[in-house]
Design a binder for this molecule. Structure first.
Ligand code: BTN
Length: 271
């Protein structure tokens, strides 16, 4: 895909971004597009074509934004931030450990935002049972290396473009006055640093922070396959533990979603 020759909505602080990101990932290229189908799709297309350079790709508008589990990601360009970072992350040697990457990225994003930002397993960003943003991580093999695309969508302020389930909230509730470029400047370097740390230290380095932000801990929950139980936190591998009459179950698959039982589903998307 080629960038559309259109004016950008914002004046993006590219020099500051380069300075703070390249001290962590020296070869990083930064691109800002007015419109694209999906920043994740674009970086995955490039990787599958053999182009696996470290890239931060920001789009002011996505026409086919994607969420987890095949859902659509709606984002109003004036009220949100959408970007992806594609790179070959330093991963721990055992592939089993890679699933922890998505939890580590959640911790990195939440940590760059505010102490009150919570994490809903595996890596949704919540505040007071409202969704502030989401993370979609995809990987593909490029030669002998695993290329990862970390896509992040953050709600900046209300009203959002569409009703979403769970209800959305803007980060300006916690950080008034922040705009999309300012938000990117906070979050992108933190994600890069988090990826480096995950490569060096693995998920163990993120567990305490993740647990401190766990919005489900101790709550009755329902899984998208209908099972119910009490969420009792994540284990050392990042699996969600659910306690019920039959014992404790580990939920590993991020294709399952989980939701507090006491939360209404305004759009009726949940059982
Ligand atoms: C979710 O909560 O379901 C994950 C949402 C991830 C959305 C971001 S926006 C930037 C990147 N490009 C996409 O198409 N999706 C991710």
């Amino acid at each position: 895909m080629k960038p559309v020759a259109e004016a950008l909505l914002y004046d993006w602080p590219l020099e500051d971004l380069r300075a703070s990101c390249r001290s962590i990932e020296p070869a990083l290229t930064i691109e800002v597009w007015p419109e694209i189908d999906s920043t994740n799709s674009e970086l995955m297309r490039r990787a599958r074509a053999g182009h696996a350079a470290p890239t931060l790709l920001v789009a002011e508008r996505q026409t086919l934004g994607r969420g987890r589990s095949g859902r659509v990601w709606h984002a109003d360009p004036k009220r949100s931030l959408t970007f992806s970072i594609g790179l070959t992350p330093p991963l721990p040697p055992e592939p089993r450990a890679w699933s922890g990457l998505s939890l580590a990225v959640g911790v990195a994003v939440a940590g760059a935002l505010h102490p009150e930002v919570g994490l809903k397993w595996p890596n949704d960003l919540w505040w007071r049972d409202h969704k502030l943003g989401g993370i979609l991580i995809e990987t593909t093999q490029v030669g002998s290396q695993r290329y990862a695309v970390v896509g992040i969508g953050l709600n900046l302020r209300m009203p959002l473009q569409d009703a979403i389930d769970p209800p959305g909230v803007g980060i300006d509730a916690l950080l008034p006055g922040l705009d999309a470029p300012g938000l990117l400047l906070r979050v992108a370097p933190a994600v890069l640093a988090g990826l480096q740390r995950f490569g060096r230290e693995g998920l163990g380095a993120f567990l305490d922070d993740w647990r401190a932000r766990d919005v489900l801990a101790g709550r009755a929950v329902r899984l998208s396959d209908g099972r119910v139980g009490k969420a009792i936190g994540i284990d050392a591998d990042g699996a969600l533990q659910i306690e019920h009459a039959g014992g404790i179950e580990r939920i590993e698959s991020a294709s399952l979603s989980v939701r507090p039982l006491d939360m209404a589903s305004p759009l009726g998307l949940w059982p």
